[in-house]
Design a protein around this ligand. Structure first.
Ligand SMILES: [Zn+2]
Length: 120
């Protein structure tokens, strides 16, 4: 069974089997894979996903706003109406795949926190 843990994680699937759900809520990691029984409770991505989401969403929104200002010079309220919701949507769309990706990276690199054979 060869599952790419990164693709599985980014898709919100268990990095071990690529089948079971990784998340039990929007960002809450399931305690255990429902498909293969893999212990996901030790997986902890910490602040990792937030860093990437801030940098990527910040880059996209800042340069989009800058280019829009240069090209069209819209009033400031229009900037706010466009870019505040865009920032929110972009961050919410990115944070889950990146959290899955971080957990998959822990799994693939056998990070101590993500190992299932550690003594309790
Ligand atoms: Zn699994």
């Amino acid at each position: 069974m060869s599952v790419n843990p990164f693709l599985a994680g980014a898709a919100g699937r268990c990095p071990n089997c690529g089948d079971g759900a990784l998340f039990a809520g929007f960002l809450r990691v399931a305690p255990r894979c429902e498909s293969c029984g893999f212990d996901l409770s030790k997986a902890d991505s910490g602040d990792g996903p937030a860093v990437f989401v801030i940098m990527i969403a910040g880059f996209i929104v800042c340069f989009s706003a800058l280019l829009t200002e240069i090209a069209f010079r819209p009033p400031i309220w229009l900037h706010l109406v466009i870019w505040l919701p865009a920032t929110l949507i972009l961050c919410l769309a990115l944070v889950r795949p990146f959290k899955g990706l971080m957990i998959a990276a822990q799994f693939a690199n056998r990070a101590a926190e993500a190992r299932s054979d550690d003594p309790p």
